[in-house]
Design a protein around this ligand. Structure first.
Ligand code: ISC
Length: 401
C-alpha cells in the first residue's frame, strides 16, 4: 500500500480530512470532528476500539472523548462515548502545509474522489438500528395539526410550552461531498458548534448547533437559555430585531426551567445575564447566559448534575418537562433519534462543552434526514411555526449540495 508519507501529495486540509475520515471509516473507527463557536481550531478525535461504548453521565470521571446522547431518556441512563485513541487539532488560520508535520499522515494515498466515495459508502445505514428513528417526513398539514393540538393543550392548562419537531428528507445529489459541506458550514457559521460524528452502529450526523447545554472549564460552569426565532434581516440584523410577547415568554420559560434546576440542588449563587439577541446562521434568537463559580459554591460536579437535570430543556421539549415529553410521545409520531439529544467533547484540554444536537442532519448514502422543532406557546401561529422549521432545516440543508 502506498502511504501519504511516501510522497506527500496531500496539499490541503480538505484532502487530508477526506483521506483520514475515509480510512477511519474503513477501519471501523468512530470519528468526531468539530469546531467550537468562535474558534480557529478544527478538533479531531478517533475511537479505534471497534466497540460502541456506553458510559454513565459522570463527566468528571470520564477520559478524553466525545459524548452522544439521544433525545429520549435512556433506561440505563447512559450515553454513547467515543474514547480518544487519537486526538489532535488543526489551526484553521495557518496554512495546512505548515502543520503537516504534526499530523499523522500515515493514511492510504487515494484520490479525493475515491475518498469521497468511501466516506459516502460508510454513512451508517439506519434501518437496523434501534436509534434510527422513524424516518417518515412530516407534511405541512400534519405539522400544523400537531401545533394546533399543542396550542389546545396549553390553553386547557395542561402545558405551558411545547416544542414539536418534524423530519424533512433531502435527497443527496451525485455531487454531495461531506468535507465540502463540513468546510462550508465552518465558513458560514462562525458562532455555531460545527460537528460531524460517525458511530458505525448508530449513524453519521453533520450539524451546526447554536446551543450549549453545559460547559465546564476550570472552576466555571456555564449554560444558556436559547429560544425565540426570527429571520436575520438587513445590514445590522441584531440592531433591527424586535421581539413579540410570544417570543419573550417562550425564552423566559427556558430561563425559568434552568433556574428551577438550580433550585432543585439548592444552588443560589449564579450569575444570570440577558436576554440578548444573538445570531445563528440566518436566524436570530434570544439568549440568557448563566454562570456559576463551582469552587466558590463547592459544586465540583455541577456539570454532571446539571446535565442530568437539564436535558431535555424546554427549548427542545417543553414545560412542564415530563408532561411535555408525554405529549410529544403521544402526538409527535417521530422518533427523534439523536436530534435534540446532546453531543460534544468531554475532558478535552481540560474542558467539557456539550451542545444540544440541533440544526443537524443524519446522513445516509442517498439522502439526508433533517430535523427541526419550534417552540409553541398559547400565542403561536401554526403557519409561522412551520415556516420556522423550514428556515431551521435550511441552515444545514443548503450546505448539502
Ligand atoms: C428546536 C430547535 O430550536 C430551539 C432552539 C432555539 C430556538 C427555538 C425556537 O425558537 O423554537 C427552539 O427552542 C431547532 O432548531 O430545531
Amino acid at each position: 500500500m502506498q502511504h501519504a508519507t511516501d510522497t506527500v501529495k496531500i496539499e490541503s486540509l480538505e484532502d487530508y480530512l477526506r483521506g483520514l475520515i475515509a480510512h477511519a471509516m474503513q477501519e471501523g473507527n468512530q470519528v468526531a470532528v468539530w469546531r467550537k463557536p468562535k474558534s480557529n481550531y478544527l478538533q479531531v478525535l478517533l475511537d479505534k476500539s471497534g466497540k460502541t461504548k456506553r458510559v454513565n453521565l459522570n463527566l468528571e470521571e470520564l477520559p478524553t472523548g466525545f459524548i452522544v446522547h439521544p433525545f429520549e431518556d435512556q433506561k440505563d441512563q447512559k450515553a454513547f462515548f467515543l474514547e480518544a485513541d487519537t486526538y489532535f487539532k488543526i489551526d484553521l488560520n495557518l496554512p495546512f502545509k505548515e502543520q503537516a508535520e504534526q499530523i499523522d499522515l500515515n493514511i492510504p494515498l487515494r484520490t479525493s474522489e475515491e475518498n469521497a466515495r468511501v466516506i459516502r459508502q460508510h454513512f451508517a445505514i439506519p434501518i437496523e438500528s434501534e436509534y434510527s428513528g422513524e424516518l417518515k417526513a412530516c407534511s405541512k398539514k400534519d405539522f400544523i395539526s400537531l401545533v394546533n393540538t399543542g396550542i389546545e393543550a396549553i390553553k386547557s392548562g395542561k402545558l405551558n410550552k411545547i416544542v414539536p419537531a418534524r423530519l424533512k428528507k433531502k435527497p443527496l445529489s451525485e455531487n454531495f461531498e461531506l468535507i465540502r459541506s463540513l468546510t462550508g458550514l465552518i465558513g458560514s457559521y462562525p458562532n455555531a458548534f460545527i460537528n460531524f460524528f460517525h458511530i458505525p452502529d448508530i449513524g453519521s450526523w453533520l450539524g451546526a448547533s447554536p446551543e450549549i447545554l453545559i460547559q465546564t472549564k476550570g472552576n466555571e460552569f456555564y449554560t444558556m437559555s436559547l429560544a425565540g426565532t426570527q429571520k436575520a434581516k438587513g445590514d445590522n440584523p441584531l440592531k433591527n430585531a424586535a421581539w413579540t410577547q410570544k417570543e419573550i415568554e417562550e425564552q423566559a420559560l427556558v430561563s425559568r426551567y434552568i433556574v428551577d434546576c438550580f433550585k432543585k440542588i439548592r444552588l443560589r449563587e449564579y450569575d444570570e445575564q440577558g436576554p440578548k439577541t444573538v445570531i445563528a446562521g440566518n436566524l436570530l434568537h434570544l439568549r440568557s447566559d448563566f454562570r456559576v463559580d463551582m469552587k466558590a459554591t463547592n459544586f465540583p460536579q455541577l456539570g454532571s448534575v446539571m446535565l442530568k437535570l437539564l436535558h431535555p430543556t424546554s427549548a427542545v421539549c417543553g414545560m412542564p418537562r415530563n408532561k411535555a415529553f408525554e405529549f410529544l410521545r403521544q402526538y409527535e409520531k417521530l422518533d427523534r433519534s439523536l436530534f435534540a439529544g446532546f453531543i460534544g467533547p468531554v475532558n478535552v484540554e481540560e474542558e467539557t462543552s456539550i451542545y444540544v444536537n440541533l440544526r443537524t442532519a443524519r446522513l445516509t448514502d442517498k439522502e439526508a434526514f433533517l430535523y427541526a422543532g419550534a417552540g409553541v406557546t398559547e400565542d403561536s401561529i401554526p403557519e409561522k411555526e412551520w415556516e420556522e422549521t423550514e428556515l431551521k432545516c435550511e441552515i444545514i440543508g443548503k450546505h448539502l449540495n
